[in-house]
Design a protein around this ligand. Structure first.
Ligand SMILES: C[S@@+](CC[C@H](N)C(=O)[O-])C[C@H]1O[C@@H](n2cnc3c(N)ncnc32)[C@H](O)[C@@H]1O
Length: 318
């Protein structure tokens, strides 16, 4: 597993900065305009231990499926990868191990220019986020951590990329179609794009009224504050096909929430974080929210929550 050596100044295999680098022209969103709320302002994100725990719970639920999909896409030694909105960095760390061969499961062998057209250069991962405070510890020769806003900052160094992956990022960005154009432009020929998004379609059928209302209120609060669209993924892989990607596909992951497990912990932390917005917008009452939190803490409670839709596609090889 990637060791997360903070400040490791080992052999500079790639001439790229490693710790919380910034690009010329990069804009900071630490002080947003009060009119426009964005993900990493006062709605979600931030440097707290609670947010770190939320990202860790998210990773515990979703990483196995993400890794299966990335593995099926052939990610291997030598690939140059961009992890957008890397959050706590679990997938960036996995990718770094995979592309450098530190991963014992790396069976792909050295990349060649034949076949899928992946580069013969040393494998490398660039992990970006508007807030890198949960990521900085991962920086090292094989993993560049970059403070970067995917909606507006210049293309990250290290591209064009063999793989670009973004999980739970684009659905939260109102200009997601523009962002997808940008990600498509940053792929090399035969490069692979994998986009994951929450999808709200399972919520309506929940048999637990308080839980259903609370989860729908998360969806509505995110839509009203930062412009999240949890229905966007229902059209997958359309947005990738529209950009000329080939070999497209979709997989839907619908994890069980409950049993006081990682998914329940993640949603309880998310609900608690969004509670002031939910109340301010009058989307659910305190009694309902308390009952939903009790459900999530109950080892005997089980339900479904948001699904994750995962779409992939490959740039034509010309
Ligand atoms: C729900 S978290 C997902 C984190 C990680 N991808 C995962 O799945 O574990 C969304 C992440 O996207 C980042 N993010 C939000 N807006 C962004 C932007 N405009 N550019 C880059 N990252 C952004 C947030 O800071 C946060 O770390």
């Amino acid at each position: 597993m990637h060791s997360g050596r903070a400040g490791d100044a080992g052999p500079a295999r790639a001439a790229m900065p490693t710790v919380a680098a910034e690009l010329p022209g990069v804009t900071s969103h630490r002080h947003p305009s009060p009119q426009q709320r964005r993900y990493a302002d006062d709605v979600l994100g931030g440097p707290t231990d609670t947010e770190r725990a939320r990202l860790a719970a998210m990773a515990a639920v979703c990483d196995p499926t993400t890794i299966r999909v990335l593995d099926e896409r052939g990610v291997g030694v030598g690939w140059r990868c961009l992890e957008v909105g890397a959050g706590g960095g679990s997938i960036a760390a996995w990718l770094a191990d995979r592309v450098t061969g530190a991963d014992a499961d790396s069976t792909t062998g050295p990349a060649t220019d034949a076949g899928a057209g992946h580069a013969t250069r040393a494998g490398h991962v660039v992990a970006t986020d508007v807030d890198t405070r949960h990521l900085d510890v991962l920086a090292g020769p094989e993993l560049t951590v970059l403070r970067h806003d995917v909606t507006r900052d210049p293309a990250p160094p290290g591209g064009p990329f063999d793989l670009i992956h973004a999980r739970f990022v684009l659905e939260h960005l109102p200009d997601r179609e523009h962002v997808l154009d940008r990600l498509r432009d940053w792929l090399k020929p035969a490069g692979v794009l994998v986009v994951e998004s929450i999808a709200a379609f399972p919520l309506d059928s929940s048999p637990h009224p308080a839980f259903r209302r609370a989860m729908l209120s998360i969806d509505e609060a995110l839509a009203k504050t930062i412009g999240t669209d949890s229905a966007w993924a229902r059209g997958f892989p359309g947005p990738l096909q529209a950009r000329g990607l080939v070999d497209v596909g979709v997989s839907v992951h619908l994890p069980t929430t409950g049993g006081a497990g990682a998914s329940a912990q993640c949603w309880a932390l998310t609900l608690t974080r969004l509670r002031p917005h939910i109340r301010e917008l009058d989307l659910a009452g305190d009694d309902t929210l308390d009952e939903a939190l009790d459900c999530l803490a109950d080892p005997a409670f089980f339900d479904l929550s948001f699904a994750t839709a995962i779409a992939w596609g490959r740039a034509p090889d010309y």
